[in-house]
Design a protein around this ligand. Structure first.
Ligand code: FE2
Length: 475
């Protein structure tokens, strides 16, 4: 991964675009967030701990594109930019020598590096276990932590939010881990007020990165964690990390927990047919009394080597075999009143970063898109994009594979205003050998035909999640 690229303002005129940027995208922006600065002093931070670097790829009316990129100005970013070395421990990153700099453990640094989305004229840069940072929509200048009127101040809030388009609400989830895991769901209305609060406690220490919603439920994965006592001691002594102090407990079949959306009602725990560790959900919806959940399910999972991380003293290694995967995109069906689910795979490929029509969250949607690997035995680093038809399940998936040594990121779907099945896919392609990043635009209904437009630029750091901003800047 490249060293810190710093703030960028880069204009790529229409003449530099291969193909033509579709009219439907002009005036909008692809937003993207990820760990922009991971080689800090003489140490490599785990990508989870790299400083958030927000990118906005704005399509001009004349067919060109303007990239604006800024670091999220968190306290740990400021401290480390000034000192030129790691100053705060992270989930998976310790400071350099001497070891006693790492003794004890406070909350890991919030680097606001995981998600980015529009909300009320601002952008929210989310992180795994803290408040999101609000950014000015146009300048990307950091405004400060967003607490939704104090509701989530001091709480470990997930980076993944859900947008209920019908109710115009943003749903967020805060978590407190212990012998039980406490989940607090809050629904923020379009005026910025918290309208619904639902808190539940579930036995066990659970790993949660994402959740799904339907009109009547919040859906969470029952991903049990086991503590590794020796690693906890080492972590407290400064020689291990929080991420290495826990491990998935895959000795039992997986479960999902269905929390009634609203303020009352018991939690339903539903058994899955096999081992399951759910990191990303795709969508969930209700169908004739049954609940349908589409999720990327791991049956083998470990922590520590995500996104090709090989330790603090070495660079990232994209050839590293993934010990976790491949994750399978599963359709999980829970009959009305039942505590047992069935499931069927939606693809033979390992799929992650599932995306779909942004207004269909919690409702049936015609297709899912994801990042995948042509070789079905592996998952990330991803070399392909996939479209899975959910209306015609007999129809083969569409697959597009990038050129050799090019990795693909999350595909963001921009729906056509009139036809929900049609639209465009935007994906960021990374070529570390040619030192080039390409923003590729696909016709969503002909994904396998390859990009209809491609915009090349100098290599950018990897990104995690993005969002489409079709509103005028600042709107
Ligand atoms: Fe995620």
């Amino acid at each position: 991964m490249a060293a810190s690229p710093g703030a960028l303002d880069l204009h790529m005129p229409a003449s530099a675009v291969s193909g033509v940027v579709p009219q439907a995208l002009r005036g909008g922006r692809l937003l993207s967030n990820g760990p922009g600065w991971t080689r800090i002093g003489d140490r490599t931070a785990h990508p989870f701990d790299g400083h958030g670097y927000v990118r906005a790829f704005a399509f001009d009316d004349d067919g060109g594109c303007h990239l604006r990129a800024r670091f999220v100005n968190t306290p740990s970013y400021r401290a480390e930019a000034e000192a030129g070395r790691l100053m705060h421990r992270g989930f998976a990153t310790n400071l350099g020598q001497p070891f006693w700099r790492n003794i004890g453990f406070g909350p890991p640094r919030n680097v606001a590096n995981t998600t980015i989305q529009r909300w009320q004229g601002r952008l929210l840069a989310g992180w795994e276990a803290g408040a999101p940072y609000a950014l000015d929509a146009a300048s990307l200048e950091t405004l400060g932590e967003e607490h939704f009127g104090g509701a989530i101040a001091g709480q470990a809030t997930l980076a993944h939010f859900k947008r209920d388009a019908l109710q115009r609400r943003l749903v967020c989830c805060s978590i407190r881990n212990g012998r039980q895991t406490r989940f607090t769901f809050r629904e923020v209305n379009a005026a910025g007020s918290v309208e619904v609060v639902r808190a539940v406690s579930i036995d066990g220490m659970l790993f949660t990165h994402d959740f799904a919603i339907t009109p009547s439920s919040y859906v969470i994965g029952g991903n049990p964690l086991r503590i590794k006592p020796a690693e906890i001691v080492k972590m407290l002594l400064g020689t291990s990390t929080l991420l290495r102090s826990v491990e998935p407990d895959l000795s039992r079949p997986g479960v999902l927990h269905l929390v009634p959306r609203g303020e009352t009602g018991p939690v339903r725990t539903v058994k899955l047919p096999g081992t399951a560790f759910v990191v990303h959900f795709a969508n969930a919806f209700e169908h004739g009394g049954a609940l349908v959940v589409d999720a990327a399910v791991f049956s083998r999972f470990s922590f520590g080597e995500e996104f090709c991380y090989t330790g603090p003293s070495t660079p990232f290694d994209p050839s590293l075999p993934d010990a976790r995967g491949p994750q399978r995109l599963m359709r999980i069906r829970i009959p009305a009143g039942s505590d047992t689910a069935t499931w069927t795979p939606l693809s033979a490929h390992g799929v992650d970063f599932p995306r779909f029509h942004p207004d269909h969250e919690g409702h049936e949607t015609p297709a899912l898109f994801g990042a995948t690997r042509r070789n079905t035995q592996y998952s990330d680093p991803f070399d392909s994009l996939i479209r899975v038809d959910l209306l015609d399940r007999e129809r083969p998936s569409m697959l597009w594979t990038a050129p050799a040594d090019v990795f693909v990121g999350e595909p963001v779907f921009v729906p056509d205003a009139e036809r929900p099945n049609a639209g465009h896919i935007l994906a960021i392609l990374s070529d570390g050998i040619a030192n080039r990043t390409t923003l590729a635009i696909f016709d969503a209904l002909a994904l396998d035909a390859g990009p209809i437009a491609a915009i090349a630029m100098p290599l950018l750091p990897i990104a995690f999640h993005g969002d489409w901003d079709g509103a005028p800047i600042g709107g």
